[in-house]
Design a protein around this ligand. Structure first.
Ligand SMILES: Nc1ncnc2c1ncn2[C@@H]1O[C@H](COP(=O)(O)OP(=O)(O)OP(=O)(O)O)[C@@H](O)[C@H]1O
Ligand SMILES: [Mg+2]
Length: 471
């Protein structure tokens, strides 16, 4: 997953948003709860101090201090409730102080009096042993004018423990929640984008030979469905345009064949006429050459358009490729002999293949024709047919002018010729090898070329016939 992918960006955005919202809510919740608990505890202690003042200390001159102390102990039971209560006279002497609480969390005698001129306040006091008390202090004056300091406190630690728990839960819960969100988001976004992946994979498989295929359409009634439908319409339009141009080449080459044959026949009969002036006959001869070249190109174009239409599969038979290559080489030996080129044929063993015999003969003819054309006089050509790893292999190698490395990937393209100045053959149109490639493709096979400066080697691999023996 790259950082620019939709999946990554969506997940990063939502994970970031979630983290931010969680952190904000967590901090707000923590501080809200902290202030609520603290103020509740403070209010409770202050209320209790006022209660002691209003109900007990106010009547101290009638009841006596001993009664006040005994009542506080009875009514509030500070040791049992882990509370701290102390009543001090203005001179600092103590009327009542609670004892060590049952949980032993603090010792009240270690607490210095929180004397102050303020009437009412509260304070947190940290005691040895790490206990913190929240103490409400009340400076009280009896109706008789006697001043007492009333202190009521409670441990603050439970509040702190609760807040610590909460912050721990938030710190652990946040990453877990974000991780779950990322995992869920990864799966959901992946599932949502799966159709895009399928469309991309299918689109890559569609070539000029499979324009009838269409992209999968996800029926999601959204932009994705519209995109695949639009792309399918586009492929449909491309298919029409492609078929039209193929049909045009097929029709044009077909229509040109008959008039060209007539023109050629007329020109041949004219050039045979001895009554014509020699320079006129010469002109007719060179026109005839051009017409023959034109006729050859038209024939090649016609052959290519038939191959494009998939007609070669119509005449499939099982035959011996070695025999086909030997007889074809024999038939073309005159061409090689004219240039003093030796052609050796290594095809002693029969190699059976399934295919269109006349088309595969065309492959041999075109490759051999090239080898003869592009090999200087006294050169050598070698043909080889063998079965190799379940394939029938046909190799045509020569020691001719070779093919430059930069031209090798293009030699099978239509109308491609390496360099017209390299050969004295003005006839070639650059269609021979594209016909070879089309025939091979129709046979489910491949043709490869290699050239290392001296000579070239063409290799055709055909699927071997299942039973490699004559019926
Ligand atoms: N055996 C070879 N040695 C050197 N160059 C070759 C050989 N075979 C093909 N080529 C190069 O590849 C080009 C394309 O070959 P291709 O057979 O398609 O066309 P062509 O021979 O020029 O014309 P055509 O076959 O249509 O008469 C040739 O023009 C030539 O430059
Ligand atoms: Mg050729």
């Amino acid at each position: 997953m790259t950082t620019r992918s939709i999946r990554f960006r969506l997940i990063a955005w939502y994970a970031g948003l979630l983290t931010g919202v969680f952190m904000l809510l967590g901090v707000l919740m923590y501080f809200d709860l902290k202030s609520f608990l603290e103020s509740t505890l403070r209010d409770t202690q202050a209320r209790r101090a006022r209660q002691i003042a209003d109900t007990l200390v106010t009547r101290v001159h009638q009841t006596g201090e001993g009664y006040v102390a005994a009542e506080i102990k009875d009514l509030y039971e500070p040791e049992v409730n882990d509370r701290f209560i102390r009543v001090t006279r203005a001179d600092g002497s103590i009327v009542y102080v609670s004892g060590i609480p049952n949980d032993q969390s603090f010792d009240p005698t270690q607490l210095p009096p929180l004397a102050s001129s303020r009437k009412e306040f509260s304070q947190k006091v940290r005691l040895p042993g790490n206990t913190t008390l929240l103490i409400a202090v009340l400076n009280y004056q009896t109706p008789e004018g006697v001043r007492y300091l009333i202190e009521v406190g409670a441990p603050f630690d439970p509040v702190e423990t609760m807040l610590n728990h909460l912050s721990l839960q938030l710190t652990l819960g946040l990453p877990i929640a974000v991780l779950i969100a990322i995992g869920g988001g990864y799966l959901l976004v992946g599932r949502a984008l799966a159709p895009v992946d399928q469309i991309a994979r299918k689109a890559e498989q569609i070539t000029q030979h499979s324009l009838s295929e269409r992209l999968p359409v996800a029926r999601t009634a959204d932009e994705l469905e519209r995109l695949s439908l639009s792309l399918n319409h586009m492929i449909g339009r491309l298919q029409d345009a492609f078929l039209n141009s193929k049909r045009f080449v097929a029709d044009a080459s077909h229509e040109l064949r008959t008039p060209l044959t007539v023109v050629r026949a007329e020109l041949e009969s004219m050039s045979a006429n001895r009554d014509l002036a020699p320079e006129f006959r010469e002109t007719i001869g060179s026109v005839l050459e051009e017409v023959e070249r034109l006729a050859r190109i038209v024939e090649q174009l016609f052959a290519l358009s038939r191959l494009d239409a998939g007609e070669s599969q119509a005449e499939w038979v099982k035959f011996d490729l070695a025999e086909l290559v030997t007889t074809t080489a024999d038939q073309m030996s005159l061409l090689a002999e004219d240039k003093g080129i030796s052609v050796s044929c290594d095809a002693a063993q029969p190699v059976l293949v399934d295919g269109d015999r006349s088309r595969l003969k065309q492959v041999v003819v075109n490759l051999l024709d090239n080898a003869i054309k592009y090999t200087p006089e006294k050169g050598r050509i070698q043909l080889r047919v063998a079965s190799l790893n379940g394939h029938a292999v046909l190799e045509v190698s020569d020691n001719g002018i070779g093919i430059p490395a930069e031209a090798l990937p293009h030699v099978f393209e239509r109308f491609f010729r390496v360099d017209k100045a390299r050969t004295r053959d003005p006839e070639g149109a650059g269609l021979g090898l594209s016909i070879v490639k089309s025939i091979c493709t129709a046979h489910g096979s491949v043709v490869e070329v290699e050239s290392n400066g001296v000579g070239s080697r063409f290799r055709v691999k055909l699927p071997i016939a299942r039973a490699n023996k004559f019926p």
